[in-house]
Design a protein around this ligand. Structure first.
Ligand code: CP
Ligand code: NVA
Length: 309
């Protein structure tokens, strides 16, 4: 167990390791498409615990395990009652006896940290209130495929300074991509997150911009990225946010302010007509379904890294 690694936050991994995962994912995707089907995780299992709903994360992790010769089990919010029916510590210790890795989607990020303290198998963050590292990994695979490189590109996030935006700041700052974010006042990334981003950027040479002006953020952008205005768990705030966020909609006029070859990204699920228009989501710049697909390939690389050998 000396080599036990978790994937709870991007910041726990070295930039070179993250870059290697993206390159592995690209290679494994190409192999899969060519019909090469190695099974490095034969006999291995993944337990997936959810406190929140999911389509992509659940299905892509389950299919990733099957592609690699292993198996996965889905545990619904009602079933496990993480921290309610049973303590986080006990759930984690029990699951560690049954499966070879645990993927968890939780509200409080501290639940994942608590799991890591008790787990004897790797714990993977399948989204927390604070960060969505698997999303960022798949997204960088998509950017790499579309642009042929990562370093030196500019990603502009427009919307809420949320878990997805946090993971994107980290990964861009780690990999030498410029990152700009425009949020309404009061919805910016947390100060501690910005500080961590700045520390990575100082090493990689990324330029960072934190603004409330979407037009300023998307200037010269190679990638425009958006996400829902109210995340899972923020349902009570959704109505207020619907009043605040409309100037931050990713629509055709905002896209026209970026580079002509800009790609538009969204982690999905999308609230079409709110943070993104149909015209943009279904338009020529959009890569949203490639992104969804690449969750699968990126997570295959991650699972092999954590579980093989
Ligand atoms: N992007 C993403 O994580 O989607 P799900 O919530 O459907 O898993
Ligand atoms: N920020 C969104 C992402 C969903 C994949 C949420 O947390 O609900």
């Amino acid at each position: 167990m000396g080599s036990l690694r978790h994937f709870i936050s991007l910041v726990d991994w070295a930039p070179e390791e993250i870059e290697a995962l993206i390159l592995d994912a690209a290679r494994m995707k190409a192999e899969w498409k060519a019909g090469v089907r190695p099974t490095p995780l034969a006999g291995k299992t993944l337990g997936m615990i959810f406190q929140k709903p999911s389509l992509r994360t659940r299905v892509s992790f389950e299919m990733a395990m099957r592609h690699l010769g292993g198996d996965a089990i889905y545990l619904s919010p009602q079933e496990v009652g993480l921290g309610q029916r049973e303590s986080v510590a006990d759930v984690t210790r029990v699951l560690s006896r049954y499966v070879d890795a645990i993927m968890a989607r939780v509200f409080a990020h501290s639940i994942l940290e608590e799991m890591a303290r008790y787990a004897t198998v790797p714990v993977i963050n399948g989204l927390s209130d604070d960060e969505h590292p698997c999303q960022a990994l798949g997204d960088m695979l998509t950017v790499y495929e579309k642009k042929g490189r990562l370093r030196g590109l500019k990603l502009a996030f427009v919307g809420d300074g949320n878990n997805v935006a946090t993971a994107l700041l980290y990964i861009c700052a780690m990999l030498g991509m410029d990152f700009a974010i425009a949020t309404p006042p009061g919805y910016m990334l947390k100060e501690a997150v910005i500080e961590r981003g700045r520390a990575f950027a100082a090493r990689s040479g990324s330029r960072l911009l934190f603004t409330h002006d979407p037009a300023e953020a998307v200037r010269e952008a190679d990638i425009i990225y958006t996400d829902v205005w109210a995340s899972m768990g923020q349902e009570a705030e959704a109505e207020v946010r619907r009043q605040v966020f409309p100037p931050y909609q990713v629509n055709a006029s905002l896209v026209a302010r970026a580079r002509p070859d800009v790609i538009v990204m969204h982690c999905l699920p999308a609230h079409r007509g709110e943070e993104i228009t149909d015209e943009v989501a279904d338009g020529p710049h959009s890569v949203i379904f490639d992104q969804a697909e690449n969750r699968l390939h990126a997570q295959k690389a991650l699972l092999v890294r954590l579980l093989a050998g």
